[in-house]
Design a protein around this ligand. Structure first.
Ligand SMILES: NC(=O)c1ccc[n+]([C@@H]2O[C@H](COP(=O)([O-])OP(=O)(O)OC[C@H]3O[C@@H](n4cnc5c(N)ncnc54)[C@H](OP(=O)(O)O)[C@@H]3O)[C@@H](O)[C@H]2O)c1
Length: 235
């Protein structure tokens, strides 16, 4: 039963996070989401309210543990508990390693890798109370390296290792953990403007339906690592 559960998605103002938010709200889950930009958070909250009033937009930056702690406090103040955490916020900068700046490297590691730790650290005591679920969004780039991918590959390989080790630590509290590794998704990632050219890609609502299926699984089973790809990739 997933109705009346409460979820938190980081990076929910657009793209994958926004797609997951819409599907979870349509299935009776109360939902908080975050982003760094206040106007984008307010806009997304208005759009998501067409599915349900049980939505809370939060300005929070996953690079800051304190910011994530305040976000979780606001969620439990409003909804009384927290069942599902989806650590999704992330970004990619693709350049040859000799051209990648230290600031660019740090922004990927701090957001994509340290961010998922901060989100878990801020929410783990609430997840213990609800015997909840912690899901991270890595990437196929967390298993396959490519040209210009050093910082992004390092961060996403890291998320895979982090989530699997956390899975072992957390299951003794009946908290499940899954790392999802999507291929190309039609989002604003890396400056993309979603359009018809992206029709072959995974769509944000496909990510939402995948997360919903994971959350609905019988408590006795745990899909700990999932590769999720477009059926017919563009060559
Ligand atoms: N699109 C793909 O093909 C693809 C494939 C595999 C994995 N992924 C992963 O999926 C996740 C979501 O990406 P997306 O494709 O949906 O990209 P997107 O359309 O650019 O959305 C990214 C979201 O993350 C938020 N965000 C970025 N930095 C943040 C921070 N420090 N704190 C809080 N929120 C932050 C953004 O809002 P603000 O910028 O306003 O904060 C936005 O809501 C990322 O982890 C990405 O690596 C994407």
């Amino acid at each position: 039963m997933i109705e009346n559960k409460v979820a938190y998605i980081t990076g929910g103002t657009k793209g994958i996070g926004f797609g997951i938010a819409g599907i979870l709200l349509q299935n009776g889950i109360s939902l908080a989401f975050s982003g760094r930009n206040k106007e984008d958070v307010e806009k997304a909250e208005t759009q998501l309210k067409k599915f349900s009033e049980n939505v809370l937009g939060l300005v929070s930056d996953v690079r800051s543990l304190e910011s994530e702690q305040k976000a979780v406090e606001k969620i439990t103040d409003k909804f009384g508990k927290l069942d599902f955490v989806i650590a999704n916020a992330g970004l990619g900068i693709f350049k040859p390693v000799d051209e990648l700046t230290s600031e660019e490297w740090n922004s990927m590691i701090e957001t994509n890798l340290t961010g998922v730790f901060h989100t878990l650290k801020a929410s783990v005591e609430e997840l213990k109370k609800t015997e909840g679920y912690y899901i991270t969004i890595s990437s196929l780039a967390g298993a396959n390296f490519f040209e210009n991918g050093t910082g992004y590959n390092a961060s996403k390989f890291g998320v895979v290792g982090f989530t699997q080790a956390a899975m072992i630590d957390l299951r003794k509290y009946n908290i499940k953990s899954t790392v999802v590794m999507p291929g190309s998704v039609a989002t604003h990632f890396n400056g993309n403007e979603p359009s018809e050219k992206d029709n072959w890609k995974i769509q944000p609502e496909d990510m939402g339906n995948l997360i919903l299926d994971i959350l609905k699984m019988n408590p006795r089973v745990l899909p700990s690592k999932i590769e999720f790809r477009a059926t017919k990739p563009k060559s």
